[in-house]
Design a protein around this ligand. Structure first.
Ligand code: PLP
Length: 380
């Protein structure tokens, strides 16, 4: 089989060579505990603190506002649970219908347990949050508004600063899951007017197992667990120094690449137009909206997404399905369902997600393969 064409970068990414090179000395040479006072400890400590500054730079906040976590899921839970534990007086949380399960399933569980009152604001068929409903939902009992910056399946970018303004007007906190946005669009805690921002390294060429959370200065969260008091007491446990250094290296690379991210967008547009020219009855989710430049959510009408993914995989193209097979029947993802996409299109939603390393040759080959697989086998 020829080389794999990897177009599933919203699921996870390859670790960049520079990232691997940056982290390796922290396994082999600077392996001290960052809280030890000897020279190896100090070197590890310096690595962690330099990394904090790099991540702060990526997120437009100060280094003292950055906490290292293990992943996006942990950062999201840290905010939601940590804030609830601190504010027994406010019990309402407002979110959108297209949040990642790390937010939505946690909030639904807390609602079931009668810990919170939850208001899930709907989106339209393009994935646009109903801002009128959002404004009504946020009231003076609202503790937290949690909305993602960019949607993981469609890439649709949400108007966070507007929503944060609504939250602030009612004294609620604003949490932004920026896991998919990081490294793909500029992020600024100040401009977003966010109190908390979650990111995850493996989505932008750092290894799996490292992420970060920003906590705006002056805000207190209850930690999820206790121990040695690392990370400002928010995340006890010896820091994974090599992974932290890797996250910072990935953040630096991402910042350098942001000004030329238009190249990725041009390739994504080439992919979409190439596929539409070859396959009948397709639609592109979120196409009318501001979207991440790397994401194409394409509905192949009357096809079954999981079959499409398997057929493309057999030809060496890795993508992901917006609908999955459960006990014999295909079920659209919760995002696709929330968007109210008609069933005929919803069952065939496939996500293609590029990276900075995707080449034009890969896109052209992927378009050809999609044309062969879907033009001949699935639709006719
Ligand atoms: N939030 C969003 C928007 C995501 O896309 C993901 C992962 O796909 C997560 C959170 C969870 O991140 P992690 O896998 O690092 O826990």
């Amino acid at each position: 089989m020829s080389e794999i064409i990897y177009l599933d970068n919203n699921a996870t990414t390859r670790v960049a060579d520079e990232v691997l090179a940056a982290m390796t000395p922290f396994y082999r040479e600077h392996y001290g505990n960052p809280h030890a006072i000897h020279s190896l400890g100090r070197r590890a400590h310096d690595g962690v603190e330099a990394a904090r500054a790099d991540v702060a730079e990526l997120l437009g906040c100060s280094a003292s506002e950055v906490i290292f976590t293990s992943c996006g899921t942990e950062g999201n839970a840290m905010v939601i649970r940590g804030l609830l534990d601190r504010h027994p007086d406010r019990r309402k949380i407002v979110t959108s219908a297209v949040e990642h399960p790390s937010v939505l399933t946690l909030l639904r569980a807390l609602e079931r347990e009668n810990v919170i009152e939850l208001d899930v604001v709907p989106v339209d068929q393009q994935g646009v949050i109903d801002l009128g409903r959002m404004n009504k939902a946020i009231d003076d009992r609202t503790l937290l508004v949690s909305v993602m910056l960019a949607q993981n399946e469609t890439g649709v970018i949400h108007p966070i600063a507007k929503i944060a303004g609504m939250a602030r007007a009612r004294g609620a906190r604003m949490h932004v899951d920026a896991v998919q946005a990081a490294g793909k669009i500029p992020i600024s805690q100040k401009e977003l007017d966010a109190d908390f921002i979650t990111i995850s390294g493996h989505k932008f060429h750092a290894p799996k197992g490292i992420g970060a959370l920003t906590i705006r200065k002056g805000i207190a969260l209850q930690p999820l667990w206790y121990g040695g008091g690392q990370e400002l007491g928010m995340r006890s446990g010896t820091e994974p120094v090599p992974a932290i250094v890797a996250l910072a290296a990935a953040a630096r690379l991402a910042r350098e690449a942001l000004p030329v991210y238009g190249r990725v967008r041009a390739l994504r547009d080439r992919l979409e137009s190439g596929i539409r020219a070859r396959v009948e009855d397709t639609s592109i989710n979120g196409v009318t909206q501001p979207r991440l430049g790397n994401t194409a959510s394409i509905a192949f009408h009357d096809a079954k997404a999981d079959e499409v993914v398997r057929a493309l995989d057999a030809e060496g193209v890795c993508v992901s399905a917006g609908a999955a097979c459960h006990s014999g029947s295909v079920e659209p993802s919760s995002t696709v369902k929330a968007m109210g996409i008609p069933l005929r299109a919803a069952m065939g939603v496939v996500r293609f997600s590029l990276s900075r390393y995707t080449t034009e040759a890969e896109i052209d080959r992927a378009v050809e393969i999609v044309g062969e697989v879907l033009g001949a086998r699935m639709l006719k």
